[in-house]
Write a protein that binds this ligand. Structure first.
Ligand code: UD1
Length: 422
């Protein structure tokens, strides 16, 4: 297995280019199941999760062809199966994103239940109850969601009990081919959800309220769409992670191809911690802080502070001058990086979903184990400032979502090497 070897203590400098957003690319790949023509998706990140979903689409009968590293041509016109099997879904929960498109196009599908995952239980009840409201018959058989809607899905009024990102995406895609109008209330407003709506709108689906928490969608009654080629938005979580790398080492670094608007909550926190910014159309430059102040963070839905940046800010809080308080409100078990950070000398005290981070303690190198995608990046960040050589193991978690991770860190001057165990 591969690990990252990181020599800590180096200042960073220079600039790094941000890739396309994994969490936007995934629903957009699933969206191609609604298209009658083949679609070229540009700015696709070259990460494992994208390959997993492409594989799933291929298993259904689509052709997925990479035109270079970052462009994917998908043709779903020959899809012959509506069964998303366990072998793939278990690798990546986001596979559930094929549920809405398959059901609305074919009137039936069987998608393996994703099950729990390291960061929490993560149910999909809201996806299922919304589809039931649209006329689907749903049962769980041998670990599969078996969904049928013989005469297609029908528009309905749906109020999401909780804000769910992939749930919103699934139902928006289902509504696009439903019969009649779907009125969605309490929809997620994440930029990734917005891009799904925009691509559908560009394909002729009438959607009002894009970017708000209330959408009205006129379905095409199972008429497939003419989806145009498009470019995936840039990854706000990858961008935030590199800004945190600059911040934890208190260095001046720049990120290119990032959208500052999508990063408002992250930039605000960094500013409150003492960092400055120069923002232009081309790049965001992080300026070092005189003193790194502690922070208070509550994770919440967009445009609030993203849970996917919580672990990275926890690492950053380790070098702050004082006690930071981080309240994780979205996932019940998203503090697994705490015990690994403790192996490097971090002083973090947990009380339920609240972590108090006592900053300013010396960090030492250690062997640490990645537990999930974002937790792993917190370990890499901490290793950048720990004295000595750390090893971050199980980096397949990082490879799920960070393109060219070690190349990008090296470009910033970090001493990072990918190595093989044994
Ligand atoms: C997506 C992101 C993930 C991010 C998360 C929150 C993708 C592929 N993944 O995950 O990186 O951390 O948003 O921003 O885009 N919930 C229910 N029932 C449901 C669905 C969700 O109770 O049917 C709960 C979840 O357990 C969680 C909260 O709602 O507490 C938000 O989850 P959700 O927005 O659905 O996360 P994902 O879409 O899975």
């Amino acid at each position: 297995m591969q690990y990252l070897q990181i020599n800590g203590g180096k200042k960073l400098s220079g600039e790094v280019s941000i890739s396309g957003a994994k969490n936007a690319a995934l629903p957009l790949i699933a969206l191609t199941l609604l298209s009658k023509n083949s679609v070229n998706l540009k700015n696709i990140p070259d990460v494992a999760d994208i390959k997993t979903l492409s594989k799933l689409l291929e298993n259904l009968g689509s052709t997925c062809e990479f035109l270079g590293k970052n462009e994917l041509k998908i043709d779903t016109s020959k899809v012959h199966s509506t069964m998303a099997n366990y072998d793939i879904v278990r690798k990546m929960r986001a596979s559930i994103l094929v549920l809405g498109p398959l059901l609305s196009r074919f009137g039936h599908c069987e998608v393996s239940l994703p099950g729990g995952c390291a960061i929490g239980q993560r149910p999909i009840d809201l996806h299922l109850s919304a589809l039931e409201k649209m006329g689907a018959n749903i049962s769980i058989k041998q670990g599969y969601v078996v969904a049928t809607a013989k005469n297609g899905l029908k528009g309905a009024k749906i109020v999401f009990d909780k804000i769910t990102v992939t749930g919103s995406e699934n139902i928006v895609m289902a509504a696009a081919l439903a019969k009649g109008q779907t009125h969605l209330i309490n929809v997620a407003k994440e930029p990734e959800v917005v891009q799904v709506c925009e691509v559908l709108a560009a394909a002729g689906v009438k959607i009002s309220g894009i970017g708000t928490d209330e959408l009205i969608i006129e379905g095409t009654d199972r008429e497939l769409l003419n989806v145009s080629d498009f470019s995936v938005i840039s990854d706000r979580i990858e961008a935030g992670t590199y800004l945190c790398a600059g911040a934890i080492t208190n260095s001046k670094i720049s990120i290119k191809n990032a959208n500052a608007q999508h990063l408002s909550a992250v930039l605000l926190k960094l500013e409150q911690m003492g960092f400055g910014f120069e923002i232009s159309d081309e790049k965001i430059t992080l300026l070092p802080a005189k003193t790194i102040k502690p922070c208070e963070i509550v994770t919440t839905e967009y445009p609030g502070f993203p849970t996917d940046m919580q672990a990275q800010f926890m690492a950053l809080s380790l070098v702050a001058d004082g006690v930071s308080v981080i309240d994780e409100r979205l996932f019940e078990n998203r503090f697994m990086h705490v015990s690994e950070l403790a192996r490097m000398g971090a002083d973090i005290r947990l009380n339920g979903h609240i972590a108090s981070v006592y900053g300013g303690k010396p960090l030492n190198s250690a062997d640490v184990m990645a537990t999930d995608l974002r937790a792993s990046s917190a370990l890499v960040l901490a290793a950048l400032v720990a004295s000595g050589t750390s090893k971050v193991h199980r980096i397949y978690h990082l490879d799920r979502g960070y393109e060219n991770l070690e190349e990008k860190f090296k470009a910033l001057g970090a001493d990072v090497l990918r190595r093989n165990d044994g």
